[in-house]
Every structure is written in structure tokens, then in C-alpha cells.
Design a protein around this ligand. Structure first.
Ligand code: GRF
Length: 232
């Protein structure tokens, strides 16, 4: 079977990149090869992770659109993962790789997504809102910011003593898990399936809590209606 060539785009630490590398190494992701790691930031630690695993990596500025397109094309890239890529992808790339680009976001989209919701700011906003649950979402990338259809979500409870940092840490763990699931679906050609039936992963011990929360939301109506609408 031929290998699925993945490009992973990063800007920072690259722990999500590492999760994909590890899943390939331990056989969870079969037939997937990370052919390329691209960072828009020089010195991003993710570049070192790529080096450590012998993966071709380079820095390309977000304004070097032709270079970015050429580099992806030369490597016969089949799918692109935005793993903490803190830049908006140029429309040319989104068009060329339509349906083949996924992004990980550290909240339950469409909540706490869009312009200005990145990094620690997302978790600060979740805490300020008083929401008892948050999580992470892998979604298909379209031309908007965090607006593409959700594919896989992981739910994380907010604890009374959480700080934005402690929440970020727990959400990141779930990100690593759901991202690998989504990459597997991408490589196996199951994105359409997930688009119509997104998967939500809830820890067994949190199940009753999230059910109560969902019930409360549905009684309130509005937020849940928006989520449902977004999934169709
Ligand atoms: C993650 O929280 C991801 O959801 C967000 O940026 C962070 C990147 O973390 N888009 P890392 O670089 O993968 O460690």
C-alpha cells in the first residue's frame, strides 16, 4: 500500500506534531509518512522535534505563498495538518488542498473560536465564561477562521481550581489523542464520513456531567442549536 504523505504546519512547541510522530512510530498510524514539517517561525521547537526524527523541515514565511505551494507540490503532499500553526493559510493553498487540510483548536468549536481565540487566550475566555466543560476540536479547514466542519471533538471538564494554564495542559493531552484519530481518518479517506457524523470523545468518568451540561444547554436552547446547525 502506498504511503499517505503528510505535511505538518507548526509555529511553536510542536507537541501535536510529536503525537503524530509517536503514533506513526508505534504503529497506530499505518501507511502515514510525515514528508514535511513547515514552520512560519524560525526557532520553533517543533523544528527540532522534526530534526530529531529525521523529517525534512523548513521555515517559510506566511507571505511566501508560491514557495509554500511549490514545496507542498514537490513532496506530493496528500494531506495537511495545521498543528498550532498561528497564521491564516493563503486562499491558494486552501483551494488547492480543499478537503485535505485539518486544524486542531483548543476548545469545543464553535465556542471560543475565531479571530483572537488562540493559545492561552482561549482558556482564559473559557474560565471567564464559567463554562463547566471545554475541550478540543479537529475541523476541516475552509476559508474562515475556525469555521470548517468539526470532525473529532474531545471533552474536558473545567475544575473549580483550574487556572488557564492547568486547563491548557489538560486540553493539550486530549488534543494529542483526537488529532491522531483525525489524521487516521484523513489518511483512510474517511473525512466525508466524519463531516456528516462528527465524533465526540468523553471520558467515562465525565459522562454523566457532560450529559447534565448538554441537557442544561438544550433547555437554554441557543448554544446547542448553533452547534447542531454547524454540524449539518
Ligand atoms: C495547541 O493548543 C493547538 O490547539 C493550538 O496551538 C497549540 C499548539 O501546541 N492551535 P503544540 O505546538 O502542538 O504543542
Amino acid at each position: 500500500m502506498s504511503l499517505f504523505n503528510l505535511a505538518v504546519l507548526i509555529s511553536g512547541s510542536g507537541s501535536n506534531l510529536q503525537a503524530i510522530i509517536d503514533a506513526i512510530t508505534n504503529g497506530v498510524l499505518e501507511n502515514v509518512k510525515i514528508s514535511l514539517v513547515i514552520s512560519n517561525r524560525d526557532g520553533a521547537y517543533g523544528l527540532k522535534r522534526a530534526d530529531n526524527s529525521g523529517i525534512t523541515n523548513l521555515v517559510i514565511d506566511k507571505n511566501e505563498i508560491t514557495k509554500l505551494l511549490d514545496t507542498l507540490e514537490k513532496q506530493d503532499i496528500n494531506g495537511i495538518v495545521l498543528a498550532g500553526y498561528l497564521s491564516i493559510l493563503p486562499p491558494e493553498i486552501i483551494k488547492t488542498y480543499s478537503g485535505q487540510i485539518i486544524n486542531i483548536h483548543p476548545a469545543l468549536l464553535p465556542l471560543f473560536g475565531g479571530k483572537g481565540f488562540y493559545g492561552i487566550k482561549v482558556h482564559q475566555a473559557v474560565l471567564a465564561s464559567g463554562a463547566p466543560y471545554t475541550g478540543a476540536t479537529v475541523h476541516l479547514v475552509d476559508s474562515g477562521i475556525d469555521t470548517g466542519p468539526s470532525l473529532v471533538r474531545g471533552v474536558v471538564p473545567v475544575h473549580a481550581n483550574d487556572t488557564a494554564e492547568s486547563l491548557q495542559e489538560r486540553v493539550l493531552e486530549v488534543e494529542h489523542f483526537i488529532l491522531v484519530k483525525a489524521v487516521k481518518a484523513l489518511a483512510e479517506g474517511r473525512i466525508e464520513e466524519l463531516k456528516s457524523n462528527p465524533v465526540t470523545i468523553v471520558n467515562k468518568s465525565d459522562k454523566q456531567g457532560i450529559l447534565d451540561y448538554a441537557k442544561g444547554l438544550s433547555e437554554l436552547g441557543e448554544v446547542l442549536a448553533k452547534i447542531k446547525h454547524n454540524d449539518r
